[in-house]
Design a protein around this ligand. Structure first.
Ligand code: SAH
Ligand code: SF4
Ligand code: F3S
Length: 468
């Protein structure tokens, strides 16, 4: 993919930002200024925003939840499907309005959309009110980009990733209970529909010693749960000479003793028996596995470049179900991939009937810039695509409700994460197998793992009451 402002690859997090600019301390420039950040996309983006917030606060900015009060509005964007684009530009329209009243307002766009050539061109041509654009490979340059700003649009996007660089786990974490831990960046799988390898670069694993150091620090800080993050976590280490593999990393992370360990996302192709064994063995590795299927048709899976067949997926699925007792398994499915016939779609429904997923994210195929699938013939009408999605969702919701109903009457360990959104007199949290529960319990349970009797199943959550 050719991108504008191509520069030599830079090291991620390179040389701690030098907070002095032309003899002025950055803090003198930005002290008291407020930023508002809106994040779209996956957990990786959420965690990147935690890093961006820390960078901004180091140079004197404070966070505000009200965008009208902000001096800097930043959008951390996602490019996975086309509709993400419309959402972002819709929101930018509102920001443009604010700028009319507040001339000094800085508007910035970063994240995966910033890595798309067409988006950058559109910003240059049609959106002069956007002041700064930076990509996923140079987030650490945000302070210097801000300090150098001189009323001209500044687009700083690198087309190539740098090496992983550790710069002291600089994050303003959203939670004091549950933390994200990057174990790798990028992805080498190049599924034919997917833009991620282009927006995030090739796979770069962090060294296990750095990951373990971060996990130990989180333990010291009292974190109850960590989630190991990567687009393809079980390919961990394959890009590093002599590095341990993912099952071993899980084991070492588990040894540190944080009560709950999760990981997302694992690719069926890289799933090993050792991984299944360690998840089954260890009490603090949670029995929840997100195992994206994408399609149930071996023919479509081949066109997608997924590297497994329907049969291989099902074999793996049953192996996990047999060994990891009480596990929840969720998935991602794309309908109407170019050339998907009724027969192919039926294969997907068959797999759903066999797997009876605990939950799933479902999508209509969306052609993405420069990916091979965007050039494949796509003949179905929108109506037919929506119809397939609807049929699939009916099934998914039925199985998800059934899975919730099986929990009724059981006693579950729940990590309470906060006040319930549905009822502020209640608290909420997640079971070990990742079911959201609204609980009748006092607020001082927040941050603790408590026993909860499940009393009622809703489509997307459970209701329960605290028990001894
Ligand atoms: N790394 C993960 C997925 C990351 S993207 C994995 O390999 O499973 C999250 C989900 O978005 C994917 O699982 C896929 O179902 C969906 N997705 C990705 N590209 C898409 C596209 N072009 N159109 C529709 N859905 C897409
Ligand atoms: Fe995209 Fe495939 Fe990589 Fe997942 S594994 S991020 S779907 S290319
Ligand atoms: Fe979206 Fe980028 Fe994540 S495209 S899904 S934010 S890696």
């Amino acid at each position: 993919m050719h991108l504008p402002n191509m520069k030599d690859a830079k090291v991620r997090g390179q040389s701690k930002v030098n907070y002095i600019y032309e003899d002025r301390n950055y803090e003198d420039i930005f002290k008291g200024k407020k930023y508002y950040i809106r994040t779209y996309g996956c957990q990786m983006n959420v965690h990147d925003s935690e890093e961006i917030k820390a960078l901004l606060e180091q140079i004197g900015f404070n966070e505000t939840e009200e965008m009208e009060k902000a001096d800097l509005i930043l959008l951390n964007t996602c490019a996975i499907r086309e509709n993400a684009h419309d959402k972002v530009f819709g929101f930018l329209g509102r920001c443009k309005h604010l700028k009319k009243a507040k001339k000094d307002l800085i508007i910035g766009l970063c994240g995966c959309m910033a890595q798309e050539e067409s988006v950058v061109n559109e910003i240059k041509e049609k959106h002069p009110y956007i002041d700064i654009v930076f990509g996923t490979h140079n987030m650490n340059e945000l302070p210097s980009i801000l300090a150098n700003l001189n009323h001209k649009q500044d687009i700083e996007v690198y087309s190539k990733e740098g090496d992983v660089f550790e710069f002291g786990n600089l994050y303003k974490r959203d939670s004091k209970i549950s933390a994200w831990v990057n174990i790798m960046f990028g992805c080498d799988k190049f599924c034919t529909y997917c833009i991620v390898p282009y927006t995030r670069g090739k796979q770069r694993s962090r060294k296990s010693e750095d990951i373990l150091r971060e996990v130990r620090e989180l333990k010291k800080l009292g974190y109850q749960e960590i989630t190991l993050l990567g687009q393809n976590v079980n390919a961990y280490g394959k890009d590093l000479d002599g590095e341990i593999e993912f099952s071993k990393l899980l084991e070492k992370v588990s040894d540190i003793g944080i009560p709950r360990i999760r990981f997302v996302t694992s690719h069926p192709w890289d799933f090993t028996d050792e991984m299944i064994d360690i998840i089954a063995e260890r009490d603090n590795i949670m029995p929840y596995i997100h195992l994206p299927l994408q399609s149930g048709s071996s023919r479509i899976l081949k066109l997608m470049g997924r590297r497994y067949t329907k049969e291989e997926y099902l074999t793996l699925y049953h192996k996990i179900r047999d060994k990891v007792k009480g596990a929840s398994i969720t998935t991602d499915i794309i309908v109407a991939f170019p050339g998907e016939t009724e027969e192919d779609f039926k294969d997907t429904l068959d797999v759903v009937d066999e797997c009876k997923y605990d939950g799933a994210f479902t999508f209509i195929f969306s052609p993405r810039e420069n990916t091979p699938a965007a050039l494949m013939k796509d003949e179905l009408s929108l109506e037919e695509k929506e119809n397939r999605l609807h049929v699939l969702n009916e099934k998914i919701n039925m199985y998800s409700k059934e899975s919730n109903e099986r929990m009724v009457g059981t006693i579950q360990k729940v990590l309470v994460t906060g006040v319930s959104e549905k009822d502020t007199n209640k608290v909420c949290g997640y079971t070990e197998n990742m079911k959201l529960v609204n609980i009748d319990a006092s607020k001082d349970t927040i941050g603790k793992i408590i026993n909860v009797k499940i009393e009622e199943a809703k489509s997307f959550s459970l209701d329960g009451i605290m028990v001894k």
